[in-house]
Design a protein around this ligand. Structure first.
Ligand code: UDX
Length: 440
């Protein structure tokens, strides 16, 4: 099939590439000409495992193209996917101006003689946005164009996007016509995954409900972690014990500094706002957000307790990305910690296997020194903070670390080091919801 993807950001680029890998002909469009030039020249603007190879392969066989122009791509496409950003407004509501603009642009291109088109919303949007997009296109394109609107939310996780797209747990298709439903089912035919067919409103709601539920699981285990800290229990064992119940599952029960990234913080906020607007405030989610915000401040309080005064103390931070296997620093808890440490006058060095480049200007603003090598970053540090769950950090050479740090103190905000290894080398070790280990 011939597909156009409007918006070549994270979701658009990765989804378009995977559609090409499934055998479709895909044109990824973006109004940022610089980005399109970069993609056309064979470079990709983000770090995502497996993506670069897949782009190269599909461009080489002619299944994947990049273009700044929807006027030429839409006429030759059966399906047009909208994958533009839906950022939060300051009041927590969702900024839908990009979606509305794209709807008008599509309408200007659509002509009755082009035949039937399916327009699919992949961006995360409040329930009933599909209806607004339909009305807008109808208004600007005239009554004779033939099209349907579909909601097909995306559940990919950064860092494992390609696998998530090619082997999803489920595909949700929200359509209000059988014709549109059948077209989108054909798009996904090469994928072996259960398809849930819904109406448009339900599909839009599934995305917010799913992300908010995952965020809720994280805040739940983080709240349990605080109880563990007070009682000497171990949150890892508690998570194991509750996660063995299939109704609960162990996934997304890793206690730590809390969730960051481009989705959870934004989507929880938006769901709170949507429910408030509907007159049914979702106060449970307000608490999820409050717990998440308190995770890193509580962690910082513990570091301050230990060092007494942070001013002029050298503190090393391992991890800048909001999670492992990405260079994305959006809503990174690590950067929030860096900012607060700097405000108190600490001397901060920071490292990351992939995100130093994306974080560089923010680090400069904060006065944090970026260091490529993780051990050099920790040299002479009074405390080492682990803020991102990279496997390099889980497998760190603790003996080497002990030799170069000023104090043998680690604050592990992602619970990735093994207490047995810590004890063997004799570090003082603080983590989240696990028993404190004293320096040997
Ligand atoms: C998330 C959803 O998982 C995905 O389905 C949706 O499409 C987009 O949002 P993503 O933001 O890429 O994906 O990352 P994810 O792996 O979900 O992690 C989000 C944050 O939660 C990270 O900061 C991570 O460190 C944190 N996290 C995750 C925890 O603190 N504990 C956990 O158990 C899991």
């Amino acid at each position: 099939m011939n597909l156009t993807i409007i918006g070549s950001g994270y979701v658009g680029l990765t989804t378009g590439t995977c559609f090409a890998e499934m055998g479709h002909h895909v044109i990824c469009v973006d109004n940022n000409r610089e980005k399109i030039r970069t993609l056309q020249s064979g470079s990709i603007p983000i770090y995502e495992p497996k993506l670069e190879d897949l782009i190269r392969k599909n461009v080489a066989v002619g299944r994947l193209e990049f273009s700044p122009d929807i006027a030429s791509s839409i006429p030759q496409s059966d399906v047009i996917f909208i994958a533009v950003p839906t950022p939060p407004n300051t009041d927590g509501s969702v900024d839908l101006t990009y979606i509305e603009k794209v709807a008008r642009e599509i309408a200007e291109v659509l002509k009755p003689e082009m035949g039937y088109k399916v327009i699919v919303d992949k961006s995360t949007v409040p329930v009933k946005t599909g209806e607004k997009v339909r009305q807008t296109i109808k208004r600007y394109a005239g009554p004779d164009v033939q099209f349907d609107i579909v909601s097909n939310p995306e559940f990919l996780r950064e860092g494992c996007t390609v696998d998530d797209l090619l082997h999803p747990d489920r595909i949700v298709i929200g359509a209000n016509s059988e014709r549109a439903m059948n077209v989108i089912k054909r798009v996904y035919q090469p994928i072996h995954a259960p398809i849930l067919e819904t109406d448009v409103n339900s599909a839009e709601l599934i995305k917010y409900a799913a992300n908010s539920f995952l965020a809720l699981k994280i805040s739940y285990i983080n709240a349990v972690a605080k109880v563990c800290e007070k009682t000497g229990a171990d949150v890892e064992l508690v998570a194991e014990g509750i996660g063995m119940d299939k109704r609960i599952s162990r996934h997304f029960l890793n206690a730590g500094l809390g969730y960051g990234g481009s989705c959870f913080p934004k989507d929880v906020k938006a769901f709170i706002n949507i429910s408030r607007t509907l007159g049914i405030p979702f106060t449970l989610l307000e608490e999820v957000e409050r717990i998440n915000d308190s995770q890193h401040t509580h962690f910082l309080d513990q570091i301050r307790d230990r060092l007494w005064v942070l001013k002029d103390k050298k503190i090393a931070v391992w991890g800048l990305a909001f999670k492992q296997n990405t260079d994305d620093i959006r809503e990174s808890i690590s950067l929030k910690l860096c900012e607060k440490l700097r405000k108190e006058g600490a001397i901060v060095t920071a490292t990351d296997p992939k995100a130093i480049g994306t974080a560089r200007s923010r680090l400069e603003e904060l006065g944090v020194t970026p260091v490529e090598d993780m051990y050099e970053c920790a040299r002479d540090a009074e405390v080492l903070i682990i803020a991102t769950e990279w496997s390099d950090y889980a497998n760190a050479d603790l003996q080497k670390l002990a030799e170069i740090m000023r104090n043998r103190i680690i604050f592990d905000g992602r619970n990735i080091l093994s207490p047995a290894n810590i004890r063997a080398v004799g570090f003082e070790y603080h983590s989240v919801g696990r028993p404190f280990i004293e320096e040997a």
